[in-house]
Design a protein around this ligand. Sequence first.
Ligand code: COI
Length: 355
Amino acid sequence: MNDAIRITRAATRKPKPKDSELGFGTVFADHMFLADFQEEKGWYDPRIEPYGPLTLDPATAVLHYAQAVFEGLKAFRGVDGRVRLFRPHKHIERLNTSAKRMRIPPLDPDLALRSLVELVGLERDWVPSSVGTSLYIRPTIVATEPFLGVRPAKSYLYFVILSPVGAYYPEGMNPVKILVMEKYVRAVEGGVGAAKTGGNYAASLLPAEEAHAAGFTQVLYLDGVHRKYVEEVGTMNIMLRLGDEVVTPPLTGTILPGVTRDSVLALLREWGFAVSERPISMDEVIDAARNETLREVWGTGTAAVISPVGELAYRNQRMVINDGRIGELTQRLYESIVDIQYGRVRDTRGWTLEV
Ligand code: COI
């Protein structure tokens, strides 16, 4: 579809929060992008409109059976004042992979890219400039057909909203405490664990609440079959530095194929680290903690960026990592990713797209 994007400008502009007051996902830019899908027409009527509520029939399919997918990516204001999207093509590819699993019609990648570039271009004043802040972009597709039967909907809405954000975790770059979860699981092979779909996040709320009540910031899920192998945190992928090796769970359909995960693995390989995408059992982690070869643990995610893990609690054991301090490789990865995102170094990998 090569339709022109229709633009209706907001009559008034909202005040922008100060960079120092930014949390995560509470304030939204003045405009949003929308496009509709109908079986007979495909995707049509791409448009930018003032940000505002959607009107949905109570029978709308997404409200009942959660046929929906989303993405999360960021635009950064560089030290040179330029605005860059980080890995937009990779996010669009994942949006369409998620859509396929949820039986949602894919977006034309060109339309998806145009939606991001045009919307962020129009709202560039909403991209904050302090390090640690960015404009979070939330592309979403929902089934809009009012119909209660369980089958794929015949109509969909694609929308993109923008939110200026600071750090995702209140701890910022300080190490987080994570509870290794045995009671609940996140996904099984053949399920929807690799799709970025709302239900995965709804299912994480109760385990997260129980972990918070016990004093932990996040939950580390184990595999759904043996409850033995490390999977992911739900808001980020997990990586461990065991001796001289960096290990992370493989993409077998149960974890989200993180874009930051992919970027970090590429950097580590370029730097000559031994990197393995392989199953990691909790027994191995416990042994490594005992032998003092569990050197660093960190999470990777678009919202979380690189998040150091200071403690893992499993059954009745508490494994303090690197004395609860940020590890040297964790810090190097954080700085390298952020340097690319804020244009402090030249992007030699084609990861950023200037808007
Ligand atoms: C992201 O990292 O962008 C996500 O979508 C995770 C979500 C918990 C905010």
